[in-house]
Design a protein around this ligand. Structure first.
Ligand SMILES: [Zn+2]
Length: 264
């Protein structure tokens, strides 16, 4: 599988980066978009990619910096680059209701118009598994929102490779489960240190990456994303800190447009 970082910022477009969004593709896989924040369509086009290529949209949770781009994706497919092929959407509980609300808030009655393409929405609960666009998707509970929302950490498997996404979460059992043995973990690091709401910070990652920590993360390689301004400004220093941790998995920081080949 190949990962393309479409957007790597936190909710605030810190350091001028775009909201969370990733393209996953490979032999018989996708292209799948994982999350599509408010600025996601612009970021996709900056990479020279078209939403028409996308077979499926996978959502970790239903905050605007991860799903706000749906309104623009939908009207693009209706009125601009008209979409005829189906679009599979997989997300947590309430995805169907919330995507309708996103489109309706942005474009009113256009939400009721007949679309030239079929949209299939499947809602995935923690511990559930399904197949979409060539990948096996396993969901685990993230710790970021309260019920009725059930945010997810996702684990995608295809072609003998595993690619995990933290979504937005504090350190929790679901994050460990999604990451265990993954060839690449794409994980959020919203700030250098708490308080950062229900998010991971560099203080967490400095521990999780350390094999000497009481419970290190089990991923083989880690790419930190959803970066706040303070993290972005210090990535070189943080990489040095990580390199000093003997036996730590290789670490990188995401940036818009970065392409990573997932190797098993
Ligand atoms: Zn977010």
């Amino acid at each position: 599988m190949r990962l393309t970082v479409v957007g790597s910022s936190d909710a605030f477009n810190s350091a001028g980066r775009s909201h969370s969004s990733y393209l996953v593709e490979g032999d018989g896989v996708g292209p799948i978009l994982v999350d599509l924040g408010g600025t996601g369509l612009a970021a996709l086009r900056r990479l020279g990619r078209s939403p028409l290529e996308v077979e499926a949209l996978l959502l970790t949770h239903l905050h605007g910096d991860h799903v706000g781009g749906f309104a623009f994706l939908a009207i693009d497919a209706m009125f601009n680059e008209v979409r005829r092929r189906p679009l599979d959407i997989v997300g947590p509980r309430l995805t169907e209701e919330r995507l309708d609300a996103v489109l309706r808030t942005a474009y009113g009655a256009i939400a009721d118009r007949e679309r030239p393409f079929v949209t299939t929405i499947r809602e995935l609960a923690p511990e559930e598994v399904l197949n979409v666009s060539g990948v096996r998707v396993e969901a685990f509970a993230a710790d970021h929102m309260d019920p009725p929302d059930l945010p997810l950490c996702l684990r995608l498997s295809a072609n003998g490779q595993t690619l995990a996404f933290s979504g937005d979460t504090q350190v929790c059992g679901g994050l460990y489960a999604a990451a265990e043995g993954a060839d690449l973990l794409v994980a959020e690091c919203t700030a250098l240190a708490p308080p950062a709401g229900r998010h991971c910070t560099w203080e967490d990652w400095r521990c999780l990456l350390d094999p000497g920590f009481e419970r290190p993360i089990g991923a083989k390689r880690v790419l930190l994303t959803h970066l706040g301004r303070d993290v972005r400004e210090r990535t070189e220093a943080l990489l040095s800190e990580a390199r000093a941790l003997a036996g730590a998995p290789p670490l990188g920081f995401a940036d818009d447009g970065l392409v990573v080949e997932v190797a098993s």
